[in-house]
Design a protein around this ligand. Structure first.
Ligand code: NAD
Length: 467
């Protein structure tokens, strides 16, 4: 049995209460994580508030500490990745690459510049703009990429001079708690606290008066609750929420050439990616050809236990999500959708067959809602204006993609899509040069690069009269 420890004000705590963690590949409990009590939450937040005043003053100290954190994550990659596969389900090579990415994110943040802009420098006045940390930041993460989402948030907040309370999802706490153990001595006590608990802990954290900023990634429903919880204290927040990305294939696209990239754009991490392609609109002239190619890829990609070497795609992460995906597929079948391939559970933990559905209505829930599982609905269209309005007819606005040989046309079309990112001939292609965030219900604020630093700081104008 694996048992995690929280990191509170520089000390590791097993906690008095715990909750169980399930391996989604088997459906069985394999570990326990501490259930953080109110007194421990208070201690973590008060410790962070105390550590903040020294931490914010010295960027070189912060750079060196973060470089050390990055090295420790890299050195302990295998142990963290093993836990990540056990609790999240993803194949071990993908877990290792998530941990390596996290180490790189921390290294990248360690080198970030916190800008000071001079707005006026004349005989009359010096006006400059400084970016200042908020204080104690609450970082709350989901279960799909628990390590990389956590370390991206933590590293950005810390380099900007904030202290952080990190709370992972109760479905995937152990890889994050392993990081707590590994980096314990690399940061001054209190600067980073890592706590675990079931969902009410997230609410208690966001309601705490000493939290000044909430950096949240998760579902739209919880994101709205976080925004409401922030309101009484006017806490700042960044919300990275759900998506229902449309991918639009124009009639000139070559099905054989694009099928692989579309397949992995939809099924990576078993579809449990906020920016996975979740609705595929294909021009009717090539719909059958592309559907056949995608079905072949779906059948080839072996679903199973992430610890087995030949597994390409792991299980759905948890029982509630497994039941949701199953219900959405059953509803679609009941309404007359054609199951091109898959369509059922594998009968092994929360594994679900890679599933491709077609001949369904735009109003089907699996088209309207974020399925967040290994299922792709394929819809035909005839007219480009019609498909743009169908793609935009949603509260979501995270990612999107257009597939065509005609790049100038794609560039024009891209601007008509309501989304935080629109890719052309690719999906899921995040760039360290670009901000990442959603429009409409998919989020508030941006992460990545200078936009991430802006989100982790607030502005102060210093205006000095010289004459
Ligand atoms: P979720 O909203 O259920 O939970 C996310 C986190 O919020 C968990 O740590 C949970 O314990 C915590 N939480 C629950 N109730 C809370 C409350 N009242 N106050 C504060 N925190 C609370 O989401 P999930 O099921 O873990 O994650 C899947 C969702 O996350 C999907 O919708 C996915 O699209 C989205 N997501 C978005 C991005 C992005 O960058 N936009 C990235 C990854 C995942």
């Amino acid at each position: 049995m694996t048992i995690g420890s929280m990191l509170i004000n520089g000390e590791l705590y097993h906690g008095d209460d715990s909750f169980s963690v399930v391996n989604p590949a088997t459906g069985e409990v394999f570990g326990h994580a501490p259930e953080c009590r109110q007194a421990q939450l208070d201690k973590a937040i008060e410790g962070a508030a105390g550590a903040f005043y020294t931490w914010r003053q010295d960027i070189e100290l912060r750079r060196n500490a973060l470089k050390h954190v990055a090295e420790l994550i890299q050195t302990n990659c295998d142990a963290i990745a093993h836990l990540l596969t056990l609790e999240q389900g993803k194949p071990l090579d993908k877990a290792k690459s998530e941990v390596r990415t996290s180490s790189l994110q921390v290294q990248f943040a360690a080198a970030a510049q916190i800008p000071v802009e001079v707005l006026q420098d004349t005989d009359q006045a010096l006006i400059k703009l400084v970016h200042k940390p908020f204080g104690v930041v609450a970082a709350i993460t989901p279960w799909n990429f628990p390590v990389s989402i956590a370390m991206g948030k933590v590293a950005t907040a810390l380099i900007a001079g904030n202290a952080v309370i990190l709370k992972p999802s109760p479905y995937t706490p152990l890889s994050t708690l392993k990081i707590a153990e590994v980096i314990k001595d690399a940061l001054p006590a209190g600067v980073l606290n890592i706590i675990s608990g079931s969902d009410p802990l997230g609410a208690a954290l966001t309601a705490h008066p000493l939290i000044r900023k909430i950096d949240f990634t998760g579902s739209v429903g919880t994101g709205k609750r976080v925004a409401a919880a922030a309101a009484p204290d006017l806490k700042r927040f960044t919300l990275e929420l759900g998506g229902n990305d449309p991918a639009i294939v124009l009639p000139d696209a070559n099905p054989k050439k694009i099928a692989k990239a579309i397949f992995w754009g939809a099924f990576a991490n078993s579809g449990q990616v906020c920016i996975a392609a979740k609705r595929l609109y294909v021009h009717e002239s090539i719909k059958e050809a592309l559907t056949t190619e995608l079905a072949a890829l779906a059948e080839q990609a072996k679903v199973g236990n992430g610890l087995d070497e030949d597994t390409r795609l792991g299980p759905i992460n948890n029982q509630a999500q497994f039941e949701r995906v199953t219900t959405l597929v059953e509803e679609a079948k009941g309404a007359g959708a054609r199951v091109v391939t898959g369509g059922d559970a594998l009968g092994q933990g929360y594994c679900f067959q890679n599933t491709i559905l077609t001949d369904l209505d735009d109003n089907a829930r699996i088209v309207q809602e974020e399925q967040f599982g290994p299922v792709l609905p394929i819809l035909a269209y005839q007219d480009i204006n019609d498909v743009v309005s169908r793609a935009n007819n949603t509260h979501f606005g995270l990612g999107s993609s257009i597939w065509t040989e005609d790049l100038p046309q794609a560039e024009v079309l891209a601007e008509r899509i309501e989304a935080g990112t629109t890719w052309v001939n690719q999906h899921l292609a995040l760039s360290p040069l670009a901000p990442f965030g959603g429009t409409k219900w998919s989020g508030v604020g941006y992460i990545g690069g200078k936009w991430g630093i802006e989100g982790a700081t607030e502005l102060q104008v210093i205006n000095i009269k010289r004459a």
